[in-house]
Every structure is written in structure tokens, then in C-alpha cells.
Design a binder for this molecule. Structure first.
Ligand code: SF4
Length: 483
């Protein structure tokens, strides 16, 4: 799953105070101090998709896979020694293409997880899967048997020509067959990832695909706007004019009309890019958006525990060497109050539930509505934001331009919280006591005059919904489409 590789790169200078994780200090009782989510990165793919910027390698020699699995199990054991018994509420196999691993290997990994931590009864155990690797019923049954209870299928679109343009190794028919096979095997929680705004795609095509997908009644749908990642072949094709993205107006309509259709069909629009039938929201991703702690295993995986954040090396040899030397979670960075506040705003406003004003006060000691009075007023007037029961939430039109809104909020917040470089971050439980300099400032003192773009129903402004969030705060690992 998207553990964004550039997260830490976007930390501010004051965030970059690295430190080793002293396990007794972090977990004074020798056991996990709280519940956590567990992310396991499986870096292998059949081949690289043409739009992909995630950390993945083409599935090569069996020895590479064996080395990966052995190292992963060692890494797991190291964390088990350090914080064994920590309650784990959800496990997510992301990648890459985790479904390329044999089901019994997934079973071995889950056995070791159960030995190292305390996997909670009813824990969600998700796995990302690509259609071409979901063809064997016996493998699917084994996956269920070893405990995987949620599959997220990388379908992306149902048009063979577009799948080819994307460099996907499957065809539309395979995706539909794989979904039926997964259901036949007994999976009762199955999601699909789709991408809109593809080169050459029309609104009509997108809506037809959505209707076709909905007929299958998947439990969950992630619908991401295509992000052209720098350096990818698809970005090059668009930059040189070989391919052309749909006009912005059409892209905006894809988001708005698509969301409307899905809601009509009974799907809850619970996050900018995510829709679920009642009770099928992805608990793992909700945990990220709610700011829960997470431990990431495998190359490039990110972790945030107890107010510290670190990334595993992307390079396999480096990751393997560090695990062999018992060096896991070194080079952690303590999150500053500023980063926490930006993340709180960014992550909560992505969700339909929204940002609890009280949570902002607990973290900063400040009043969000007073801090951002002018902007909130403007967004409210334009129908981009609503306030109810102590929560601020973006309307669907607001979600469409969420990146612009967030950028503006970040600028205001950073100005309000211009912390000195060496200000230590308080641990999460004490976050409410964080002292914030410039507490007397109001939004009026610092806000710029640039207008937030308003959004007409016809999509006459730039759309940024479901794309990568703006860069200032590091993002937890959820929010983009891949495999
Ligand atoms: S988009 Fe997904 S399946 Fe394709 S290469 Fe990237 S991680 Fe692998």
C-alpha cells in the first residue's frame, strides 16, 4: 500500500533531528504501550507499471524472494523482542504485489506476527492483490485459511487499451474473472482500486466502467485521480504530447458524478478517494487517517510510533544488512508539534467525518475557528466546507479542490506556529500541553489574500481531488492508487 517514499523528504529542517529509538524509553514497560497497525511491504511486481512511483521490483530470481522473506521474518522477530505483546488491530500487506507471494508464505508471516504481537480478535487482515495473480482457487482458499480476510484488487480500469497504456499486466476480462473467483473462494470483504482521469478517457467511459464495476457489488471502492509521477514513462508520454489527459472540466465531472453514482448505489463516501458499503470501510486506512500508531516492515516501509517516525531503507541490500545487524528503527525523527498539526489537518479533512475542532485545540492549545477565521468563512460561503457538531468537513466540492485548501491551511498554520528550530516535541499523550509561540496571532494577521478556487458544478476550476496531498507535512501511508 502506498507508503509514500517521499514522506520524510518533506519534513522541515527542525524535524530532521534523528535519534536511535531507545526501546526502554519508548516502551518503558517492555511491552507495547498502545495498540498499533502493522504494515508489511512486499516489494515485488510482475513488471513495472508505466505510472508507478512506488517502491517495487520486478519479480526476479527465487533467491531474491527467499532473502526478502527470511529478512522480513528476522525484522519481525527483532520488533517482537523490542515490543512484543503490543496489541495489533490491523495488518496490511501492501506493495508491490503481495499476492505474488505463495499463500502459505503469507501464512508463515502471519504466524510469526501472532507470535511477536498480540493480534486482536477480529483484526482486519488486508492484502493488495492484482487480478493476474488471483487465478488459482486453491491459493485463494489457503489465503482465507491463513487469516487474510480482506482483499483489495488493483483493477484500475476495464478498458484493455487503457490498461495497456498504463502498463498493467492484466486485461479487463481477467479482472472480472478474478473478482468472481475471489468471491467463489469465500472472501466476504473485497475491494477494487480504480483510476479516473486516464489519458484519452471520457466522462462517459468512466461512468460506464463504474456502472459495470458496481454490478459486481464489491464491498469497497478506491477511486483515485491519475497522478503523473515525475520520471515515469506515462509522465514522459504526457509531457511530450504522445498522450493527453482529459480536460480539467471532464476530470472534475469524473470525480463529482462518480461519487454521486456510488452514493446512489449505496456506497458511503468516507474519504476523498474511498467508498464503502456500510461496515466495510478499510479499518487500516481509517487508522492512518485518525493518526493511530503504525509499524512498517519491509524495504521502504514507514513507521510512526510514540511520536517518532522513521523509514526503512528502500535499497534491499541496505535493508537486509541493517536487519542482520539488528538495527531496526534507527534514525527515527521526533515529530514536531508543527508536523503533527499539519498532519492532523491534512488527514482529518480527507475524511467525511472531518476535523474535530477540539482535537486541534488539544494539540495546539489554540482555537481553529479563530486561527483560520477568514479562510473558514470564505470556504463556508463558497460551499466548500461545513461545520457541524464540532467537526469541520469538506463538502464534495471542497474535496475536489482539497489540495488547494490544504495548501492554504498549511501556509496559515506554519505562520501561526513558527516554532524555534530546537523546540522539543511532546509525546502524543501530552500533546495538548504543547506550547505554541505566537499564540496571540489570528488568521487575519497572517493569512494571504489569494482566493481559494471556487468550484462550479461543471468543474470549471482545477481538480486536485484524490491526487497526492500537498507536500508540507509528511503523509501517512495511504492515499494513492497503485497495484
Ligand atoms: S502500480 Fe502497483 S502493480 Fe504496478 S508496478 Fe507499481 S506497485 Fe506494482
Amino acid at each position: 500500500m502506498p507508503q509514500t517514499s517521499g514522506e520524510l523528504a518533506s519534513l522541515t529542517a527542525e524535524d530532521r533531528k534523528t535519534q536511535s529509538i531507545p526501546s526502554p524509553a519508548l516502551f518503558p514497560n517492555g511491552v507495547g504501550h498502545t495498540t498499533m497497525l502493522l504494515y508489511i511491504h512486499v516489494p515485488f511486481c510482475r513488471r513495472k507499471c508505466r505510472y508507478c512511483a512506488f517502491h517495487s521490483l520486478e519479480m526476479g530470481a527465487a533467491t531474491a524472494v527467499r532473502d526478502y522473506v527470511e529478512t522480513l521474518l528476522r525484522e519481525l522477530a527483532l520488533w517482537g523482542d523490542r515490543m512484543g505483546g503490543t496489541p495489533v488491530t490491523s495488518i496490511f500487506f501492501g506493495g508491490g504485489t503481495p499476492s505474488l507471494l505463495p499463500a502459505r508464505t503469507i501464512g508463515t508471516i502471519l504466524d510469526r506476527v501472532a507470535k511477536a504481537f498480540s493480534v486482536q480478535p477480529g483484526a482486519e487482515i488486508s492484502m493488495e492483490a492484482n487480478p493476474e495473480s488471483l487465478t488459482r482457487p486453491s491459493e485463494l482458499r489457503t489465503l482465507l485459511k491463513v487469516g487474510v480476510n480482506r482483499l483489495s484488487m488493483g483493477v484500475q480500469c476495464l478498458d484493455d487499451a487503457m490498461l495497456h497504456t498504463l502498463g498493467r499486466p492484466h486485461r479487463a476480462r481477467e479482472a472480472l474473472d478474478a473478482f468472481r473467483a475471489v468471491r467463489a473462494a469465500g472472501f466476504q470483504n473485497v475491494g477494487m482500486d480504480l483510476i479516473w482521469g486516464l489519458p484519452g478517457q471520457t466522462l462517459r467511459q468512466w461512468m460506464q466502467q463504474l456502472k459495470e464495476v458496481v454490478r459486481l457489488r464489491p464491498d469497497h471502492l478506491s477511486c483515485y485521480g491519475l497522478t503523473l509521477e515525475p520520471g515515469t514513462p506515462l509522465e514522459d508520454d504526457c509531457a511530450t504530447g504522445r498522450l493527453e489527459l482529459p480536460p480539467e472540466r471532464a476530470q472534475a465531472a469524473m470525480f463529482m458524478d462518480g461519487a454521486e453514482l456510488l452514493e446512489t448505489e449505496g456506497y458511503i463516501h468516507y474519504e476523498i478517494s474511498n467508498f464503502a458499503r456500510m461496515g466495510f470501510q478499510c479499518r487500516h486506512n481509517l487508522g492512518y487517517w485518525e493518526g493511530e500508531d503504525y509499524l512498517g516492515l519491509g524495504p521502504s516501509a514507514a513507521s510512526t510510533l510514540g511520536g517518532l517516525r522513521w523509514n526503512n531503507p528502500e535499497d534491499h541490500a541496505t535493508w537486509i544488512r541493517q536487519v542482520d545487524e539488528g538495527r531496526v528503527g534507527t534514525e527515527a525523527e521526533r515529530l514536531t508539534p508543527q508536523t503533527r498539526v499539519l498532519e492532523l489537518i491534512m488527514l482529518r479533512l480527507r475524511t467525511a467525518r472531518g476535523l474535530r475542532v477540539k482535537a486541534y485545540r488539544e494539540l495546539t492549545g489554540r482555537d481553529f475557528l479563530r486561527d483560520h477565521k477568514r479562510l473558514v468563512h470564505l470556504l463556508h460561503r463558497e460551499g466548500l466546507l461545513r461545520i457541524r457538531d464540532g467537526y469541520l468537513r469538506l463538502t464534495r466540492s471542497g474535496m475536489l479542490v482539497s489540495n488547494s485548501i490544504l495548501e492554504r491551511l498549511f501556509e496559515d498554520t506554519e505562520a501561526l506556529m513558527a516554532l524555534p528550530v530546537d523546540t522539543p516535541a511532546a509525546p502524543l499523550p501530552d500533546a495538548g500541553k504543547v506550547a505554541v509561540p505566537n499564540a496571540g496571532q489570528t488568521t487575519e494577521d497572517v493569512a494571504g489574500q489569494a482566493a481559494i478556487p471556487t468550484v462550479e458544478r461543471d468543474g470549471s476550476t482545477g481538480t486536485d481531488a484524490a491526487a497526492a496531498p500537498p507536500s508540507p507535512p509528511p503523509a501517512p501511508p495511504a492515499g494513492r492508487s497503485h497495484g
